[in-house]
Write a protein that binds this ligand. Structure first.
Ligand code: X90
Length: 276
C-alpha cells in the first residue's frame, strides 16, 4: 500500500522526512495582492504588508481540485486539515476524498478534522508518519489517530485579533478583548474547534506563566510540544525554558509560522500544540 500524508498550510509543515508528504496552500488576499502560502511564501512579508495596509483582506481555503492534485496516485491518503469550526478547508477536503475514492475504487482517504490550527497539526502529521512507518493497517491508523487527537491540544497568546474579526471568525466582542496596547489574549482551541479566550494579561512576561498553567490545566505533564510564533522567538524560547524546568526530558520544537498562521496570529502571536 502506497501511503501519503497531505496537510493544509496552516500546519506550518512544508516537508516531512520519512513519508510521502504534500502541503496544500491556503491563500491570503489584500486588495490586489495575493499571497499563496506555499514554499515560496515569505511570512515576514505578509506581516510587514499587513502592518501598513489599511484595506480589506481575506483568506481562502484550498479548492477540491487542489486537494485532488496533492493526493496524487497514493493508494492510502491521510489528509490533515484546519478546524472545520473556522474554515471550509475540511469540507473541501472531504469532497475531494469522496471524488478520489469514486474515481479510483480500492483507494482510500481518511480526512482528519483537527478542530485546531498550526502546531497541533504538526503533531498529528508526525504521528501519522510514525504509524505508517510502523507498518500499521489503514483502519488501525484511523482509529489510533482519532485517539491521539483526543490527547493533543492548542493554546495561544495573541496581541491582536484584528484579522480574526475582519474575517468574521470571532465576534467583535471577543476581538475587543485585545484592543489595548500591551494586552494579550491567552486562549485555546475549543472542543468545537473555535477560538476560546481564557484570560487577558498585560505583556509577554505575564503571558508566559499563563500559557504554562493553561497547558497544565489541559493535562500537559511532559508530553511533546511544538511552538509556532510570528516574530516572537523570545517568548518561544522563554516558554521552552519554563517547560524544561517543569519536565526535564520534554521534546520541544520551535518554528516560525508560515503564511496563514502569520496572518491570523499576527505580529508577536504564539501558538503551542502539545500532548496532554
Ligand atoms: O479562509 C479560510 O478558510 C481560513 C480560515 C482560518 C481561520 C483560523 C486560522 C488560525 C490560525 C491562529 C490560531 C489561534 C486560534 C485557533 C483556534 C482553533 C492561527
Amino acid at each position: 500500500m502506497t501511503c501519503k500524508i497531505v496537510a493544509d498550510s496552516s500546519s506550518n509543515v512544508l516537508t516531512l522526512g520519512g513519508a510521502d508528504f504534500a502541503s496544500v496552500p491556503l491563500t491570503i488576499r489584500a486588495g490586489e495582492t495575493l499571497f499563496v502560502d506555499d514554499a515560496a511564501c515569505q511570512p515576514e512579508e505578509i506581516t510587514e504588508f499587513m502592518l501598513n495596509y489599511k484595506g480589506k483582506s481575506t483568506t481562502a481555503c484550498p479548492s477540491t481540485e487542489d486537494w485532488l492534485q496533492a493526493f496524487g496516485e497514493a493508494e492510502a491518503v491521510f489528509c490533515v486539515t484546519l478546524t472545520s469550526g473556522l474554515s471550509g478547508t475540511y469540507n473541501s477536503a472531504r469532497i475531494a476524498a469522496e471524488e478520489y475514492m469514486l474515481a479510483h475504487p480500492g483507494r482510500r482517504v481518511h480526512v482528519v478534522d483537527t478542530l485546531s490550527a498550526g502546531p497541533e497539526l504538526r503533531l498529528i502529521v508526525e504521528k501519522l508518519r510514525d504509524f505508517i512507518q510502523a507498518g500499521m493497517a489503514f483502519d488501525d491508523i484511523v482509529a489510533a489517530i482519532g485517539a491521539y487527537l483526543k490527547r493533543t491540544h492548542l493554546v495561544f497568546s495573541l496581541q491582536s485579533l484584528h484579522n480574526f474579526v475582519a474575517n468574521g471568525r470571532v465576534s467583535p466582542a471577543v476581538g475587543a478583548l485585545v484592543g489595548l496596547l500591551g494586552i494579550r489574549v491567552v486562549g485555546r482551541a475549543s472542543e468545537q474547534g473555535t477560538l476560546e479566550p481564557l484570560s487577558k494579561v498585560r505583556g509577554d512576561r505575564k503571558a508566559l506563566p499563563e500559557l504554562v498553567s493553561q497547558m497544565k490545566a489541559l493535562g500537559w505533564h511532559g508530553g511533546r510540544v511544538c511552538i509556532a510564533h510570528n516574530g516572537n522567538a523570545d517568548l518561544a524560547n522563554a516558554l521552552h525554558a519554563r517547560l524544561r524546568e517543569a519536565a526535564e526530558k520534554v521534546e520541544v520544537t520551535i518554528e516560525h509560522c508560515r503564511g496563514l498562521c502569520s496572518y491570523y496570529a499576527e505580529q508577536g502571536g504564539i501558538l503551542v500544540g502539545f500532548e496532554g
